[in-house]
Design a protein around this ligand. Structure first.
Ligand code: SF4
Ligand code: SF4
Length: 85
């Protein structure tokens, strides 16, 4: 599937450690029209380039995607805490 215009959910919901971006906060490189300002530039994190749109993640609308990514963020954060403890 193609990335939905004006969504940006995957640039908001997850934490991105290489950018110092906390979960739920818009990335500093996210533009007002929900595009990546550094899309073609080397400083774009590899994890961004590796993330592909999918029916599961993107859902039917932006709220679906934010909700799914938020659940994933919490699941992986709990997992990494469990591994560290
Ligand atoms: S969640 Fe999906 S549709 Fe929304 S910006 Fe990310 S890839 Fe695009
Ligand atoms: S660097 Fe670009 S693709 Fe990655 S989270 Fe920020 S705005 Fe999104």
């Amino acid at each position: 599937m193609n990335c939905r215009p004006n969504c940006g959910a995957c640039c908001i919901a997850p934490s991105i450690s290489t950018l110092g971006k906390p979960a739920g906060a818009p990335c500093q490189h996210l533009t007002g029209d929900m595009r990546c300002a550094i899309f073609d530039q080397p400083q774009r994190p590899a994890c961004c380039g590796g993330l592909q749109p999918s029916v599961e993640m993107c859902g039917e609308n932006r709220d679906d995607a934010l909700h799914w990514l938020d659940k994933l963020e919490h699941a992986t954060s709990n997992l990494s805490q469990a591994i560290q403890n």
